[in-house]
Design a binder for this molecule. Structure first.
Ligand code: TXA
Ligand code: MG
Length: 568
């Protein structure tokens, strides 16, 4: 084993490069004797200690600077070790264990008495994971005890995907780091609550909702994806306490570039040019595909050395490579003194959900500072206003288009008065937000272009924002693009659930005949996401939205308790 020692506050942190099983003898011994050891997993590096030893667990919280109300995942080497840690293995848990373990998934189950309170932060559940990484599994097996391990970063910084990240964060705070090279996945495991009949995804990851759904389908279990990411913002007890903390954050602000493949370089270019105007001396950190970096290197060739720093991932479609490199990119662009980091958005499907979830956290969820959220709140509180909220995933394609189209249709149909008081003027308008949206991104260029070409509507001033409680509570009707969006909102924001409909279900409140609805909305799943597709696809989506909203307009107005003056 090649070992190096690093010391700061007295503790010497040893870095042991893994070459063979023999190299794990000492780390396993350290774990057994109550020390903390950082080790590689296929997702990110973990900071492990004996899960059954309270004092050892306290050392993890201390080293990480982690709030003790955030529970730790317990890692085991074999499926047979799970039953001692949990009070029951539900059929759903059994299904996901058999399908996905070992692998990048954590299952939240009811815990047994053998798991100390400090591990679960007092919850009656415990997160169980069997990592697929051979070093992690071997270490757990050799230690002979379950290993509780959070990600091996200081709380608040991006999770470590290389031993050097761990060293940077925890030097002098832990005894040993096993260096097993770079992590393959690069984003933390999918956390799924399996205590009920349906799986609830608490943190998206490499095991996607689609994969979980098809595993459930195989054995006839019903499926619901509900990420509770945003619940914590409402002051409720979050189901996954870690989700309430600001994670994954680099020091410099991150701007997410939302554009389809063919527009990506231009979108970077424009965003970077605006940044340059704002901050002529600023260092721009570019995290982008090989293709985009090539284009930008040419475009910004004139920039002084070091004014633009590049970090490339694979090719432009490769969301897995972007995910694997994301944390390293954030750290390394930060270290190169970037004043702003630019990173690409991906469509929120499959692995894109996990990638966008982490990227948006890195970009910072400053909803409290978002001025538009405040103005909506005031508008919503205004008694003369009736507001419709359109919701999609990222709030850069479908929902801003729906907002623009609705507002234009309402303008044509208005002015309005209240049904029950026809002398009182009513203002009707739409706004939009996304479930996993970041703040401040413009609408996708093709969305802007489609509405301009088709209807002369300008949504270039749109800026994305995330759905939150304030917004929902000031909105009279919430229309989502898919059934999953509606399910998410209802579960995450129960007080608003009576006002949430996906567009397809909303038709059921109308007397529009079924065949016409099917004609209008080709898929019962809702409005498909055109993210990243060609202008033609955006145009089709815009037309669908226009037809649907025109058909629904009279019903929406009635629902809002208003009518056009022309009908008095
Ligand atoms: O990929 C991973 O999961 C990595 C590697 C090291 O295994 N670990 C990791 O741990 O990311 P950590 O502690 O950084 O994140 C664990 C997440 C937190 O958001 C925590 O709140 C949630 O899982 N969690 C743990 N136990 C839970 C429980 N009983 N109920 C709900 N959420 C739980
Ligand atoms: Mg973590």
């Amino acid at each position: 084993m090649g070992a190096r020692g690093f010391e700061t506050d007295g503790l010497v942190t040893e870095v042991a490069v893994y070459r063979s099983k023999d190299d794990l003898v000492r780390p396993a011994e350290l774990i057994r004797s109550g020390e903390v050891v950082a080790f590689p997993t296929e997702t990110v590096y973990g900071l492990g200690a004996n899960a059954l030893d309270k004092d050892a667990i306290h050392k993890i919280f201390k080293a990480k600077g982690r709030p003790s109300d955030n529970p730790l995942i317990v890692h085991v080497a074999e499926k047979e070790q799970i039953s001692a840690l949990v009070s029951e293995i539900t059929p759903l848990a059994r299904c996901l264990i058999d399908e996905f373990m070992p692998g990048p998934i954590t299952l939240v189950m009811r815990r047994s008495q053998s798991v100390p309170d400090v591990v679960t932060a007092g919850l009656d559940t415990v997160g169980i994971r069997i990592p697929a990484h051979p070093v992690a599994r071997e270490l757990i097996a050799m230690a002979g005890v379950p290993i509780a391990a959070p990600s091996a970063n200081r709380s608040g910084s991006p999770s470590p995907t290389k031993a050097e990240h761990v060293l940077k964060d925890l030097k002098g705070r832990i005894t040993l780091i096993v260096d097993g090279g770079d992590c393959d996945v690069g984003l933390e495991s999918t956390v799924v609550d399996v205590t009920g009949h349906r799986p609830v995804v608490l943190r998206p990851g490499a095991i996607t909702s689609e994969m979980i759904r098809s595993a459930c389908d195989k054995i006839g279990l019903s499926y619901a994806q509900v990420s509770v990411d945003t619940v914590s913002k409402m002051g409720q007890t979050p189901r996954s306490p870690g989700q309430k903390y600001r994670h994954y954050a680099p020091k410099s602000p991150v701007t997410v570039i939302h554009a389809g493949k063919e527009m990506m370089s231009q979108a970077y270019e424009q965003t970077m040019i605006s940044f340059r105007q704002e901050k002529p001396e600023g260092v721009m950190g570019v995290f982008a595909s090989h293709e985009v970096c090539e284009a930008l290197r040419k475009r910004f060739a004139e920039e002084a050395q070091g004014q633009v720093v590049y970090y490339e991932f694979g090719s432009e479609d490769d969301v897995f490579s972007a995910g694997q490199k994301l944390y390293d990119a954030l750290r390394s662009l930060d270290d190169s003194g970037s004043d702003r980091i630019f990173a690409p958005g991906f469509g929120s499907e499959g692995y894109g959900v996990a990638y966008m979830n982490r990227l948006e956290k890195a970009a910072g969820d400053d909803s409290d500072l978002d001025p538009s959220a405040e103005s909506i709140k005031l508008d919503g509180a205004d008694e003369d206003c009736r507001q419709v909220l359109f919701v999609c995933t990222g709030n850069t394609c479908r929902s801003p288009m729906a907002e623009g189209i609705f507002n234009s249709l309402a303008k044509e149909a208005g002015p309005f008065v209240f049904h029950d008081c026809p002398t009182r003027d009513a203002k009707v308008f739409a706004t939009s937000a996304g479930i996993f949206a970041s703040f401040g991104s413009p609408a996708a260029q093709n969305a802007v272009e489609a509405l301009r070409q088709l209807y002369g509507i300008d949504i270039s001033g749109h800026r994305s924002r995330r759905v939150d409680e304030t917004l929902l509570s000031s909105t009279h009707l919430i229309l989502t693009m898919t059934q999953e969006h509606a399910m998410f909102l209802k579960a995450a924001f129960p007080p608003a659930s009576g006002r949430v409909y996906d567009i397809f279900s909303y038709f059921e409140n109308t007397n529009i005949p079924g065949e016409m609805v099917r004609e209008l909305l080709k898929s019962p799943a809702g409005i498909p996401d055109p993210f990243g597709a060609s202008l033609d696809e955006y145009i089709k989506t815009a037309q669908t939205l226009e037809h649907v909203l025109s058909a629904l307009m009279p019903y929406i107005l009635e629902n809002l308790g208003v009518m056009p003056i022309s009908l008095i």
